[in-house]
Ligand binder design. Structure first.
Ligand code: SF4
Ligand code: MG
Length: 318
């Protein structure tokens, strides 16, 4: 069967002060139904831009996007609107993404009104059902976002994302703003909801432990490109691209009960996506760089079943 979501050779270039920022530069991935694909990388790698392109909140410069077999770029307005209902996003800052003047009833119920799915009593009942799903209750209906803790506010954000009964939820740094002790609770809630509702997630985070805990498949992004992709456990156990290696070795140990404590701290700063280095974009920071790396762009090589990486070292007969 066709995957739920597919991005092929996605490109997004922005014009900024006379230069072109190559925020996303040829990214391909698929999200199977009921599975989680993680996108990990430092800030500036293009992860959030991919999130916005996937939801068509941004228009790609080029590339193909499909959802449930429908070409998202060719879809007409009405079709796009119907598809939007099935794709939702949970943002990093739950307070920033919830209207401070809206009561919970309206914050969670708004998508139901916007899409004409329920109103009045039916809408209220549906909101209560959604709140209960995320561990809140009818008592919270009349409260405002600021009356909640960060973790509770993010639960409201998740309830809102669930309102339209989506198939895909994009989580863009959805637990990054939360205290470490609260992160695991929200991650476990997301996992439970996935099992109960058959959701697919595009799970974006800079925190390796969090991505590892959540994802079936992982894509490692560097300066607008996916440099390595594959089964999460295999990739974290044995990273093949030097950048993935650097990220993984910067995290002391993986402990699902203790997510978020260790942050990747690779050496050197990521260069700007407005002037990506020649050849392999990672070459100025790569401990294994050799002559060709500064001139030739590496192509994607299969490194194991279902795993690929873009590095000259992985060429079979180099
Ligand atoms: Fe390092 Fe060269 Fe591989 Fe790039 S292509 S990751 S610079 S070894
Ligand atoms: Mg971001």
């Amino acid at each position: 069967p066709a995957p739920l979501f597919e991005a092929r050779d996605l490109v997004k270039h922005f014009r900024s002060r006379g230069s072109t920022v190559r925020a996303v530069d040829g990214v391909s991935f698929t999200i199977p139904r009921g599975r989680t694909v993680g996108l990990v990388g430092e800030s500036g790698s293009g992860k959030s831009t991919v999130a916005r392109l996937a939801l068509r909140l941004l228009e790609p410069t080029s590339g193909e996007l499909s959802f449930d077999g429908v070409d998202l770029r060719g879809a007409g307005r009405g079709e796009l609107r119907a598809l939007r209902r099935r794709m939702q996003i949970v943002f990093q800052d739950p307070f920033g993404s919830l209207n401070p003047r809206m009561r919970v009833l309206d914050a969670v119920g708004e998508p139901l009104s916007v899409h004409g799915l329920a109103r009045g009593r039916a809408r209220r009942d549906r909101v209560v059902e959604l709140l209960e799903r995320v561990g809140l209750s009818a008592k919270d209906l009349t409260k405002f976002a600021h009356q909640f803790s960060g973790g509770q506010a993010q639960r409201i954000g998740i309830a809102r994302a669930l309102a339209t009964d989506p198939d895909l939820i994009v989580c863009d740094e959805a637990v990054s703003a939360l205290d470490v002790s609260v992160q695991a609770q929200v991650l476990n809630l997301l996992k439970r909801l996935q099992a109960e509702l058959g959701l697919s997630y595009l799970f974006i985070a800079h925190d390796l432990n969090v991505v590892r805990y959540m994802s079936d498949e992982v894509c490692v992004m560097y300066l607008g490109r996916i440099v390595e992709r594959g089964d999460g456990d295999a990739l974290f156990a044995d990273p093949r691209h030097p950048y993935s290696e650097m990220l993984v070795s910067a995290v002391p140990e993986f402990d699902p009960a203790n997510t978020g404590r260790a942050r990747p701290a690779p050496r050197g700063e990521a260069p700007s996506p407005s002037r990506p280095p020649s050849g392999c974009r990672f070459h100025p920071r790569c401990p294994r760089a050799f002559d060709r790396c500064s001139t030739d762009e590496p192509v994607v090589h299969p490194v194991a079943p279902g795993r690929t990486a873009a590095c000259h070292l992985l060429e079979v007969d180099r």
